[in-house]
Design a binder for this molecule. Structure first.
Ligand code: AMP
Length: 376
């Protein structure tokens, strides 16, 4: 089977690495020269809308998928006239606009943070009155990893930050004082067969995922599965999907979903019977899905901005490194390390050892300098 991927980032790279073992062939289309796929498969560096590039993708593919969310949906609709595009344009459309995404959840009876659409200063003022403070103002389109959003803590902040974010459609969200951030990766086949990975418990730093721990017996597993199942059924979904939640004393609220494999599911590469990448490929190719059963206890740490020497990480037992072949840049995801252990205590010890060797996504914290002794 030949697979066309729109996007050639690290998620495409990991799909290709998983699929090549099964003898699948790939080609990618991405406007950026600096890809993570490198020479692993045929690739075309052209805009997504380029007719010649789309023709090239179509010729060499039996099915098309994508590795990131900002592919123009028009392109998916056009490709879908000739070959299966999985997951389909409906899922992508819903996630490209935070307002539509929240409205879809509401329609399905899935709890989300209270929200209001905001385009003018007057609408922001009434959103603050109705939702209260603190409040998060986000761009409806294009934001990720905490980009394109500001936190308004007090009334004066509206004036202070309005100019930095206004000019595009916005969504105001009530601030959720959550206890944990968790996510679930699920996969649904062409025949509707649905499997769920164990919940990931996620820790962010500067808005970027830092550590994700797989939770084999999490009390929120069943609730997360049932929300994911209703969303997948609504979208007649095929492939891997990821839902991110805020866990509150009153239950789970969906923050957002991604119609693709996800950073918080990378632990599954070594930590489950079938990785999220292999299962995504099985699903979109119409093949039987693999078991999502976890193998022991696992976690994943992101390598952002700079890469430690491989040996420094591999010294920690149970660890595996994944480097994406990208040029280092501040705030850029360059790789990740997965780590496994037989007991929670041992896993935490290994995570701590890895943490001491990795710069967190927000950069190294400067220790506060002791005050200079003052001369009289
Ligand atoms: P997002 O880009 O929507 O995933 O937001 C990035 C991060 O900001 C999340 O992982 C949360 O830690 C935080 N955040 C986003 N929305 C809210 C909210 N409504 N209440 C509290 N924290 C939020």
């Amino acid at each position: 089977v030949n697979i066309g991927i729109l996007g050639a980032g690290q998620l495409a790279r990991m799909m290709v690495l998983a699929g090549r073992a099964m003898g699948l062939e790939f080609r990618t289309l991405d406007p950026k020269e600096d890809s993570s796929v490198g020479d692993l498969c045929e690739r075309c560096v052209e805009p997504y809308e380029s007719p010649a590039a789309l023709e090239w993708l179509r010729e060499g593919a039996d099915v098309v998928t994508f590795d990131f969310e900002n592919v123009p949906t028009r392109v998916l609709h056009e490709l879908a006239q000739q070959l299966p595009v999985r997951p389909g344009a409906a899922a992508l459309e819903a996630t490209q606009d935070r307002l539509h995404e929240k409205q879809l959840m509401q329609r399905l009876g899935i709890p989300v943070a209270p929200f209001r659409a905001v385009e003018t200063r007057a609408e922001l003022t009434s959103a603050i009155q109705e939702l209260g403070l603190p409040l998060i103002l986000k761009t409806r389109r294009g934001g990720y990893d905490g980009k394109g959003q500001v936190l308004l803590r007090e009334a004066g902040d509206a004036g202070k930050y309005w100019d930095t974010i206004a000019g595009v459609p916005l969504i105001a969200e009530g601030f959720v004082s959550f206890e944990r951030e968790i996510s679930i990766v699920a996969v649904r086949g062409v025949d509707g067969d649905t499997r769920f990975y164990r919940i990931g418990e996620n820790v962010h730093d500067s808005g970027i995922l830092w550590i994700s721990r797989c939770r084999p017996n999490d009390p929120s597993q069943a609730e997360a599965e049932s929300i994911a199942a209703s969303l997948m059924a609504e979208l007649d979904y095929v492939g891997v999907i990821t839902l991110e939640f805020f866990e509150t004393p009153g239950g789970l609220l969906v923050n957002e979903f991604a119609p693709r494999v996800h950073n918080s599911g990378h632990w599954s590469i070594e930590g489950s019977v079938t990785s999220q990448f292999e299962n995504h490929l099985r699903a979109i190719c119409g093949l039987p899905l693999g078991s999502t059963r976890p193998l022991g206890l696992s976690a994943m740490l992101n390598l952002v901005g700079e890469l430690p020497p491989r040996g420094a990480l591999l010294e920690v037992p149970g660890s595996h490194v994944h480097y994406y072949g990208k040029r280092p840049r501040r705030g850029r995801k360059l790789g990740h390390v997965t780590v496994q252990a037989e007991s929670e205590r041992e896993l935490e010890r290994r995570i701590a050892r890895l943490q001491s060797r990795i710069v967190p996504p927000g950069g190294r914290r400067e220790l506060p300098r002791p005050e200079e002794p003052r001369r009289a």
